[in-house]
Design a protein around this ligand. Structure first.
Ligand code: TRP
Length: 451
């Protein structure tokens, strides 16, 4: 039976570090490397980073713990976990699966761009320094029809092949090698970028907040970005937590994972924005920001092509270790709830998500004129609905279910392994889950609805 090992027990992570790496692997991905720099660039740099940090401290750590604890306690997928707490809450898990579905569809399109850039580097096509040429190249790729869809298909195939391998085999092993590699690479890049002539402006732009830039759109984008980047609000960490053994240290993991994730996001920002200013690009360039700046930075480095190949390989793996977690949530649901065969579930879900990604891809080219929400085509609409609405809503409901229905006392008992572990901030955490989380998310929602 699926998700069970040979002796009929639920499959578990091979080791403590295995879980942290896999969960960090889920968190660290295109959200950090691609989305964070472009969101910061779009929302005034330092202003966005400041709001991001406030939300991270108030709800990021809090919800990370809440999800992992709920998963390990119930040992179930997102929907099953909510149902075990109370029948009528199963819909929260269902919202999460829906969010995962939507996110993976456009995530895979961007993952496809990464593969395309890897191929372009290997064939020497990216050996250009001219900013304008690089911009046009990116535009040409994403506005095409067959080329981006072909690469989107490749990314989706890679994702489901790893998920077919099961959680221990595929997910854990690859994270162990690739995460540290990515970390080193992004540090090298940040150093090169920050030492380019004119880079200081970019460092300032990212780190010095201009308070006049903070408005409700910035706050909503930052809220969505915290959820997106930490893989929160859709049951991803519930699902991963469900494979944890009963003696694991959840409070520690709930701190470590967001720290790693934020570290990588900040480094990515420091690798991108200084270069943006040094080369005279626009920080608000949008989703293409990293694809235009990174090749320009690599062109300024000795052995640039070699570094670039390594870099895109690592970005690809970071993206895959996240995309597999998105697919895993959907698969775990179908397998646990509908008793579907794991292989069949994986392949059919991957196919449907691939189809959903096609309009997302076309919305940069032939379908650019179609808007679903004001000013937003398929890609931006999927992203907005999933990241800025479904994930925070899932987080809000998670706070209510863990804080008020299941109860923080029960949750703390589970988090401390029945009192065996130390959890210094337990009562502060309870306060954050019960009051701060729901109120903060609620206010942002109401304010952004009022416009
Ligand atoms: N956090 C991942 C990233 O930054 C994306 C991701 C994986 C995700 N699983 C998720 C986002 C669950 C939201 C919910 O790239």
């Amino acid at each position: 039976m699926a998700n069970l090992n040979n002796s009929g027990e639920r499959e578990q992570w091979g080791s403590k570090i295995g879980f942290i790496l896999a969960a960090a692997g889920s968190a660290v991905g295109l959200g950090n490397l691609w989305k964070f720099p472009y969101m910061a660039g779009k929302n005034g740099g330092g202003a966005f980073v400041l709001v991001y940090f406030i939300i991270l401290f108030l709800v990021g750590f809090t919800l990370m713990l809440a999800e992992i604890v709920l998963g390990r306690y119930t040992q179930l997928n997102a929907i099953g976990a909510y149902r075990k707490i109370g029948k009528k809450w199963a819909f929260v898990g269902a919202l999460g699966v829906l969010a995962g579905f939507l996110i993976l569809s456009f995530y895979s399109v961007v993952g496809g761009w990464v593969i395309a850039y890897l191929v372009k580097t290997l064939t020497g096509a990216l050996n250009v320094t001219d900013a304008e040429v690089l911009g046009n190249m990116f535009g040409k790729l994403i506005s095409g029809t067959t080329e981006p869809i072909f690469y989107h298909a490749l990314f989706m195939i890679a994702t489901f092949l790893i998920v077919l391998g099961g959680i221990g085999g595929g997910i854990e092993k690859s994270s162990k090698i690739l995460m540290p590699g990515l970390f080193v690479m992004i540090i090298v890049l940040a150093i090169r970028s920050m030492t380019l002539p004119g880079a200081v402006e970019g460092i300032k732009y990212l780190l010095v907040p201009d308070f006049s830039k903070i408005n409700i759109d910035v706050v909503l984008d930052a809220l969505g970005q915290v959820f997106f980047s930490l893989s929160l609000g859709m049951g991803c960490m519930i699902t991963y937590g469900s494979y944890l053994s009963k003696d694991s240290n959840i409070p520690e993991s709930a701190v470590t994972i967001p720290l790693i994730d934020t570290g990588v996001a900040l480094l990515a920002g420091l690798a991108v924005l200084p270069a943006v200013f040094a080369f005279g690009f626009e920080p608000s360039a949008g989703p293409g920001l990293i694809f235009i700046t990174f090749p320009a930075v690599f062109a300024q480095m000795p052995f640039g092509t070699l570094f670039e190949i390594m870099f895109f390989i690592l970005v690809l793996f970071a993206a895959l270790s996240s995309s597999i977690s998105l697919l895993e949530v959907c698969v775990a649901y179908v397998v646990d709830e509908w008793k579907m065969n794991r292989k069949v579930a994986t392949v059919s879900l991957a196919f449907v998500i691939f189809l959903l990604g096609i309009p997302a891809s076309l919305s940069f080219g032939p379908w650019a004129h179609i808007t679903l929400l004001p000013g937003k085509g398929f890609f931006d609409t999927f992203d907005f609905i999933a990241s800025n609405i479904l994930l925070p809503l899932g987080g809000l409901l998670l706070c209510i279910v863990v804080g008020w229905i299941w109860g923080t006392d029960n949750a703390i008992k589970e988090a401390t392994n029945e009192g065996q572990l130390e959890f210094k901030f337990a009562s502060f955490w309870a306060f954050l889950v019960k009051y701060v989380g729901p109120v903060a998310i609620g206010i942002v929602f109401i304010r952004s609805l009022l416009g």
